[in-house]
Design a protein around this ligand. Structure first.
Ligand code: AMP
Ligand code: MG
Length: 409
């Protein structure tokens, strides 16, 4: 080290550069609509029909001609019965039709009288006790979707509601981006896999590997095919071999730990030996060290080892990159402004992402320990407060809050 500190990179610059490297994956997969949750649609879905297909009743009741019911108490014969799934005949003049929710409105009828506003008056006769207004309780054809409309646009990340909408226009399969193929490994000679050594038998200096579990979970939620390569020892040759293997047939190599410039940090020289590397000191807290590069055709991203740093840099940098690879249009999380119910008197030189959660009073409480090693904070918290560099927060200030529900989906 020459004693000068490397300039810290603003997060937005780093993200813009990363997204510039993320070209949309080629390859479309047709998947069952049942299995398309959280995949990204690659072409517009255009409806070949109206939804609902016909005018239909929003109530159980009687289909009527409004002009025939000028006053309360008019009594008319029931000329047909139409249940959901039936076809309707034209409404005979001077009559009403018994109708049920979802059944097609018979031609000629222009309102539905709900059954609560009708009294039966002898065999097949009803007395209308409330005068209907034109169009009441009729759900119009096409009020949800019109024929020819783009129901879902390319780039939509599918979820429960959009899958229902797609099924509603007859789609049993959907064209989605192929899954990004991601090779994942952790570095660190101190790491032990849970299940291999019991907690009471752990040697001094060793810890369980946490990052492997949340990183593979986050990747899979984002639609990735994950090759989990486990733990790679803190040795140059082992790191080079792992990177070489990972660069084959993967779109992204994701690592945690070993990305600083200490003697035990082998990621930087190994990536440089095989490909290209930009080591970025990003001006955020937690999560300063972050590396991006290429090994062969594969993108490489190195996350810090500290669990909270790893978690937060994944959400802020890796997640948008993987969404862009799949062609998603909604990439950036949308913060909401919420009053802080805490004080944050010590401003930092870096932009901070504080773990906080909403309280019942409509404000945000702060997790008391914001250390980058304390993973409890991301479980206790339900989102991140995005605080500008140099900013302090006083109780009652509005702050930008990114809910985990936006980031973990
Ligand atoms: P490093 O980035 O390799 O210098 O690691 C920074 C800190 O994070 C050290 O205290 C490591 O023990 C810890 N750490 C690294 N990798 C993991 C992991 N996979 N799970 C839990 N802690 C880790
Ligand atoms: Mg390490």
């Amino acid at each position: 080290m020459n004693g000068t500190r490397p300039a810290l990179r603003p997060l937005d610059d780093a993200l813009a550069e990363l997204l510039g490297h993320a070209r949309q994956l080629e390859g479309v997969e047709m998947v069952s609509t049942f299995d398309a949750d959280s995949r990204v649609l690659v072409s517009d879905l255009v409806s070949a029909l109206q939804v609902p297909p016909q005018d239909n009743s929003a109530m159980d009741g009687y289909a009527v001609r409004v002009a025939e019911i000028a006053d309360e108490g008019v009594t008319l014969p029931v000329s047909q019965r139409i249940a959901a799934g039936n076809a309707a005949l034209p409404l005979a003049p001077g009559s009403v039709a018994r109708i049920f929710t979802g059944a097609p409105v018979p031609p000629g009828a222009d309102a539905i009288v709900m059954q609560e506003d009708v009294e039966t008056a002898g065999d097949q006769q009803v007395r209308i006790v409330r005068v209907p207004s034109a169009g009441q309780w009729i759900r119009r054809s096409g009020e949800d979707v019109t024929r020819g409309a783009v129901v879902l646009a390319a780039g939509e990340r599918l979820s429960a509601g959009s899958l229902g909408l797609a099924a509603g226009i007859g789609m049993h399969q959907l064209p989605v981006s192929r899954r990004p193929r991601v090779a994942l490994f952790s570095t660190g000679d101190e790491l032990v896999m849970p299940g291999t050594i019991a907690p009471e038998a752990m040697k001094p200096g060793t810890i369980y590997n946490s990052n492997r579990f949340f990183l593979s979970t986050l990747l899979r939620k984002l639609g990735c095919d994950v090759t989990d390569m486990g733990i790679v020892p803190d040795q140059r040759n082992a790191t080079i071999a792992a990177l070489q293997e990972a660069s084959r047939a993967h779109d992204l190599i994701l690592t945690s730990g070993g990305v600083s410039v200490g003697e035990e940090d082998h990621i930087k020289p190994a990536v440089e030996a095989l490909g290209t590397l930009d080591l970025w000191q990003i001006a955020i807290k937690p999560g300063k060290p972050f590396a991006y590069g290429k090994v062969g055709a594969a993108h490489f991203m190195g996350l810090p080892g500290n669990p909270v740093s790893s978690f937060v840099t994944f959400l802020l940098l890796v997640r948008p990159f993987l969404l862009k690879l799949q062609g998603a249009t909604q990439i950036a999380p949308r913060p909401v402004m919420v009053p802080a119910h805490f004080n944050w008197p010590r401003a930092d030189r870096r932009r901070e992402f504080l773990r906080a959660r909403r309280n019942d009073a409509g404000g945000l409480d702060l997790f008391p320990n914001q250390s980058s090693g304390v993973l409890t904070s991301v479980v206790w918290g339900d989102g991140l407060v995005d605080t500008a560099a140099g900013r302090t927060i006083a109780h009652g200030d509005l702050v930008a809050f990114i809910p985990f529900s936006d980031l973990l989906a």
